[in-house]
Structures are given as structure tokens and as C-alpha cells.
Write a protein that binds this ligand. Structure first.
Ligand SMILES: *Cc1c(COP(=O)(O)O)cnc(C)c1O
Length: 353
């Protein structure tokens, strides 16, 4: 292993020096009868009475329960208002605006680049190879002393494939900055998560979310798993009450339903494979890419026209036809049985027109 990671060295100076906001709930978190410390409305709220109180800034109950599900201690868990908040916080904690750079591997999730641009961090691109795997040779040439983060998405959006584990390990073993592995779709994959590798890699951050397999996109809960040191820095930088009370309560309930979620995952994966077969049998489909996610990337003649035709039928796909390496591709989320049927019927109408 050539990697020599030093958290102190890669953290921004202003963040190292930062005294974080100390909330009323930080300064007193014990049992008391009368809370007159946070300027809340003591009379109550128009909703459930206790919504007048600020939520737990450390989300202890969720981390406890999530930790048991994921097999990891709470001090290795950070919770964000969606993964998108985790992505932004990683830039703000480790990348010096106007000076540092990060590497992404397109085609991939768009927020890495948007978040980099918002934070004035230079983006370097190591496009995936034809088979949508990492180009390690190119990637290595892009890294310099100011490269702070390498963003890997596995399974990748919009291509749907998982990255080769050995390639990811190669990056982890040789990069002195932070390797972020975005596992938003890991529950649909045959690949196993990197969470259990955190003990071996101090430079690893794994992102997951409740937005996909857990079916809770509307609640906004993203997770970052990393060393206690990295988690401590993200905690310092986050807004104090970034996960609201309603989300915390509902997520705690949802986390009791692992079985139900696993059932949905099985059904979605089965439908994914069935839909892949259906698309493969369509005359103008050139390729249905193998998917480890809850969507399919389909290469099809006249992709843009089909996209627009489907819109007139009230069906929205994601048009990726002008994305490099995804020419003529549409990204299709696996829907309900009924929705999938409606899509297939509309496709038959396209061919019959
Ligand atoms: C959907 C998705 C996310 C989830 O973002 P949230 O903010 O948690 O909803 C993260 N990464 C990728 C690659 C995604 O496709």
C-alpha cells in the first residue's frame, strides 16, 4: 500500500481552526422539566405538540439503529439532508476554493460537478472506459498535490454498472486524498458495500441514501460512513439541525421495516431483469446495459424522438442521449408492474406509428 493519508493535512485551514456553533441542545442535553434555553414556542405548535422543540442535532437514535442494521458504530456515521448535503460538505471541508481540485469519472452523477462549481473547486475528468469501468491510467495522471477528493459512483448513475472492486481498491491504496464511493444503489447490486472496509482505509468515505431502495426520497436522508476523524469534521461544518424532527421520527419507524424493504428490492430487481429482456426484444434497441441498480440504460435508435413521443403519452424517462459515452441512451427507472406495462405498450405504439 502506497497511500499515506493524513487527515490533518488535507483538511482546510479555516475548518481546522473553526469553533463550531454550539446549540442550546449541545450545551444542555440532559433530563429537565423546564426548557427555556432555545427560544422555542413554549405553548406548542399547530401540529403535533412536540414539533415546537428543536430536533436532536446529533440524531443519536437514528445512528444507533442504523449502526445495528449496517454493522457499524455510530461514531462512523454522518447524516445529511440527502446525500446531496454530504457531497457539498465534503467539498466545503476539504477543498480550498480557487486552489484545490477533485477527480470525477463521467458519465456519472451530476451533483459532484455542480457542487464543485458552487464551491469554486476545479473538476478533472477521467471518463470511464467503453465498458463503463475506471480508466486507472488516465486517472493517475490527473492527480496532483492539490487533488483532495476522487469521486467514484458504484453502482454508477446513469450507466447502472458496479465498478470493479479491484479497481476501486487500487485507487484507495494509492491516493493520499479522500476516495468517496457513492453507493446510492448498492442495495440493488450483487456487489457488496465498502462500509466494512473502513477499518483498512482511513481515506474512504462511503455515501448511501434512503432515497432509492428505502423508498424515502421525500424525507431527505443521506448517510456518510467514514473514520471517526472525518465524521467529526463533517459534524463541525454541518448546520446544527440539518435533519428535521419529522424526518427523524419517520426514519426511526422506517428502519424497523428492513424486511419490507428487502421484499421491494427483490421485486424491483426481478422486474429490472424482466424489463431488460423486453427491451432487448425491441427492434431498434442496440444495447441494454447490465444494471446493478433500479434502472436500465438503454441504447436505442432515435432516443430523443422516443423520449419526446413518450412525453406525449405522459411517460417521462431520463434522456441521456447527449451525454458522452451515453449517445442514443435513455435511462429508465423500474416502475410498478402497471407503469412498466404502460411504458412497454407506449413503445409498441411508437413502433406501430
Ligand atoms: C439518487 C442519487 C443520490 C441520492 O441523493 P439524495 O440527496 O440522498 O436523494 C446520490 N447519488 C447518486 C449517484 C444518486 O443517483
Amino acid at each position: 500500500m502506497k497511500m499515506s493519508f493524513n487527515l490533518e493535512q488535507i483538511t482546510r485551514e479555516n475548518i481546522k481552526k473553526l469553533t463550531p456553533y454550539s446549540s442550546a441542545r449541545d450545551e444542555f442535553s440532559g433530563e429537565a422539566k423546564v426548557f427555556l434555553d432555545a427560544n422555542e414556542n413554549s405553548l406548542g405548535s399547530p401540529l403535533t405538540k412536540w414539533y415546537n422543540r428543536y430536533p436532536d442535532p446529533h440524531q443519536r437514535a437514528i445512528k444507533e439503529k442504523l449502526g445495528r442494521i449496517k454493522g457499524i458504530a455510530p461514531e462512523h456515521i454522518f447524516l445529511g439532508n440527502g446525500s446531496d448535503e454530504c457531497i457539498d460538505l465534503l467539498f466545503r471541508s476539504f477543498c480550498e476554493p480557487g486552489k484545490d481540485n477533485v477527480v470525477i469519472c463521467p458519465p456519472t452523477y451530476g451533483m459532484y460537478e455542480v457542487s464543485a462549481n458552487i464551491n469554486d473547486i476545479a473538476i478533472r475528468k477521467a471518463p470511464l472506459l467503453e465498458d463503463f469501468q475506471l480508466n486507472l491510467v488516465h486517472l493517475e495522471t490527473l492527480v496532483d498535490a492539490n487533488t483532495k477528493l476522487i469521486w467514484l459512483c458504484s453502482p454508477n448513475n446513469p450507466t447502472g454498472n458496479a465498478l470493479n472492486r479491484a479497481d476501486i481498491e487500487m485507487v484507495l491504496n494509492n491516493f493520499n486524498g479522500i476516495v468517496v464511493i457513492d453507493e446510492a444503489y448498492i442495495n440493488f447490486s450483487k456487489q457488496k458495500t465498502f462500509i466494512q472496509e473502513l477499518v483498512d482505509y482511513p481515506n474512504l468515505v462511503v455515501l448511501q441514501t434512503l432515497s432509492k431502495a428505502w423508498g424515502l426520497a421525500g424525507l431527505r436522508l443521506g448517510m456518510a460512513f467514514a473514520s471517526a476523524g472525518i465524521i467529526g469534521i463533517l459534524d463541525k461544518v454541518k448546520p446544527p439541525y440539518n435533519i428535521n424532527q419529522a424526518t427523524q421520527e419517520l426514519v426511526l419507524k422506517a428502519l424497523e421495516e428492513v424486511g419490507q424493504v428487502n421484499d421491494m428490492i427483490r421485486i424491483l430487481v426481478d422486474m429490472r431483469e424482466a424489463m431488460a429482456e423486453v427491451f432487448r426484444s425491441m427492434p431498434t434497441v442496440e444495447k441494454v446495459y447490465p444494471s446493478d441498480a433500479n434502472f436500465l440504460l438503454v441504447k436505442i435508435k432515435e432516443a430523443r424522438n422516443i423520449y419526446e413521443f413518450l412525453l406525449t403519452k405522459g411517460i417521462v424517462l431520463r434522456d441521456r442521449s447527449n451525454v458522452t459515452l451515453c449517445e442514443d441512451c435513455l435511462r429508465v427507472t423500474i416502475g410498478t408492474e402497471k407503469e412498466n406495462t404502460l411504458l412497454v405498450e407506449a413503445m409498441h405504439e411508437w413502433y406501430a406509428r
